[in-house]
Write a new protein. Structure first.
Length: 201
């Protein structure tokens, strides 16, 4: 969850800083298009944020091979267990939240609006979690959760402890639909940014 507050700092303000420090006029004089400018700013932020998360994952892997780690309590190391978490959740969620904060911060020229958005999003997810506690068919609600965690819980709700420890994440059903919908929304947010943003002095 901590990464949600890194995203506005790294991705959301990439263009805002150009205006804040008056470097936009210099950048606009370079021979690249608006699409090049926006993609460069956005994707560089996504890559940096992903590397920050990857460093955390590397620390977790390193902790399992240190002398004080109790190997009897650890499952056999599987690189795919870490990679699938990044492919299904970490990178898509960085992209999704990043696209929203990129849009809001760029168009409103306010660095704090990204943090406000993240807080509102967390409150919404908390309310959704409480509201669906006693709901029998939770499929439709899994689509409202940008993070995909509701969808994962829906698919693995009746898994045993052994299955949770050994099975791969099933990229199907609610999880697949959730990822497609929210990645599509993220792309739409970026396209709106590209359409509305004025690439001039």
């Amino acid at each position: 969850m901590f990464v949600n507050f890194i995203i506005p700092t790294v991705i959301g303000v990439t263009i805002y800083r150009d205006f804040k420090y008056n470097t936009h006029a210099v950048l606009y004089s370079y021979p690249f298009t608006k699409t090049d400018y926006l993609l460069g700013k956005f994707l560089s932020g996504v890559v940096i944020t992903t590397l920050v998360c990857a460093s955390v994952a590397f620390g977790m892997i390193l902790a399992t091979i240190l002398p004080f780690a109790n190997q009897e309590l650890l499952a056999p190391f599987s690189l795919w267990s870490y990679l699938q978490a990044f492919i299904y959740f970490v990178i898509p969620n960085i992209f999704i939240i990043g696209s929203f904060t990129f849009l809001l911060t760029t168009l409103l020229r306010n660095e704090y609006v990204g943090y406000i958005f993240v807080i509102v999003l967390m409150i919404f997810i908390s309310i959704l979690s409480v509201a669906t506690t006693n709901v029998d068919d939770k499929y439709i609600y899994t689509l409202y959760d940008y993070s995909g965690q509701f969808a994962l819980s829906h698919l693995t709700e009746y898994w045993t402890i052994n299955e949770q420890n050994n099975n791969n994440i099933p990229f199907e059903g609610a999880l697949l639909h959730n990822r497609l919908i929210w990645i599509g929304i993220g792309i739409l947010m970026f396209l709106i940014t590209a359409f509305v943003f004025k690439f001039d002095y």
